[in-house]
Design a protein around this ligand. Structure first.
Ligand code: HXC
Length: 289
């Protein structure tokens, strides 16, 4: 009967299929429920992750963050991908960890199960990650953006750590990364009052590196990703490791690590190619070797 029905009403199949797509936005592999994943850029070399839980303003439920981790794992081993962009919607990058999911958790569950430890995957990716933030980046949303290497903000973006208003504190780097990014006074004010800052204040204080019109934010972030992806992936990873060391080490230790990594670039074909291309007045062609 169903086949008979489709013979006469073939458009039904399109309706059923698009309804299904709406409910279950899947990427080619079909395993994602809360995010959209694809490759962008002229050379398809920018991994693109869009948080896609609009009804909850992209609240970062456990399933969503597990999927982000899986997508990052896939991009990490994808030889074509040289940079990754994470974004949300125009209204919200992410409004924080999922409060409804956390509401009834006990200390024993949190501590025993190392609650939210897997979020850390975002900060351990070797490839450069750019957060493109439109709308709210609150609590865990702000922390997720700060786990990325570069933050671009849309003109209407708002950043905040409002956990104090819920009787808790930031738990995914908010007190640490925010303080390093904007300094003690502003970080204290944000963490203790829960007040948000605008994109302009975020730019002024060094939290974000660029502000873009809302509708151009994602393409600007992808452009930045393409620029990064056109360099050697191997050497980019070393550069990222060196900059990140500035947050972990003393100046002397950091400079020492930097020097060792700099020396290590001389073991790569790409360093040779880069300098040879300069001398021969041509564009370098990096092989990630
Ligand atoms: C679960 C959330 C949510 C969240 C929004 N929603 N934020 N659900 N967790 N963090 C849901 C709402 O319940 C609502 O769904 C829908 O999204 C729309 O939200 P509204 O509040 O109706 O929208 P609006 O009035 O425009 O206000 C937007 C907002 C507000 C200012 C962003 O939603 C808000 O204050 N959200 C919470 C922000 C926050 O406190 N974040 C920190 C979370 S704690 P329903 O179905 O109910 O209508 C945290 C800790 C991190 O992140 C610790 C380590 C990771």
């Amino acid at each position: 009967y169903f086949i008979y029905f489709l013979l006469f009403y073939p458009h039904t199949l399109i309706l059923v299929s698009s309804y299904h797509q709406c409910l279950f936005p899947l990427h080619a592999g079909g395993q994602y429920e809360y995010i959209l994943v694809e490759k962008r850029g002229e050379k398809n070399n920018v991994g693109f992750i869009q948080l896609n839980r609009p009804k909850a303003l992209n609240a970062l439920c456990d399933g969503l963050m597990r999927e982000v981790g899986q997508a990052l794992d896939a991009f990490e081993v994808d030889g074509d991908v040289g940079a990754i962009v994470i974004t949300g919607s125009d209204r919200a990058f992410a409004a924080g960890a999922d409060i409804k999911e956390m509401q009834n958790r006990t200390f024993q569950e949190c501590y025993g199960g190392n609650f939210l430890a897997h979020w850390n995957r975002v900060s351990t990716v070797k490839k450069p990650v750019i957060a493109a933030v439109n709308g709210f980046a609150l609590g865990g949303g702000c922390e997720l953006a700060m786990m990325c290497d570069i933050i671009y903000a849309g003109e209407k973006a708002q950043f905040g750590q409002p956990e104090i208003l819920l009787g808790t504190i930031p738990g995914a780097g908010g007190t640490q990364r925010l303080t390093r990014a904007v300094g003690k006074s502003l970080a204290m004010e944000m963490v203790l009052t829960g007040d948000r800052i605008s994109a302009q204040e975020a730019k002024q204080s060094g939290l974000v590196s660029k502000i873009c019109p809302v509708d151009q934010l994602v393409s600007e972030a992808v452009k930045c990703g393409e620029k990064i992806a056109s360099n050697s992936k191997l050497v980019s990873a070393m550069a990222k490791e060196a900059v990140n060391a500035a947050f972990e080490l003393t100046l002397a230790e950091g400079n020492r690590l930097e020097k060792r990594l700099f020396h290590a670039t001389f073991a790569t074909d790409d360093r040779k190619e880069g300098m040879t291309a300069f001398v021969e007045k041509r564009k370098a062609s990096f092989q990630d070797k």
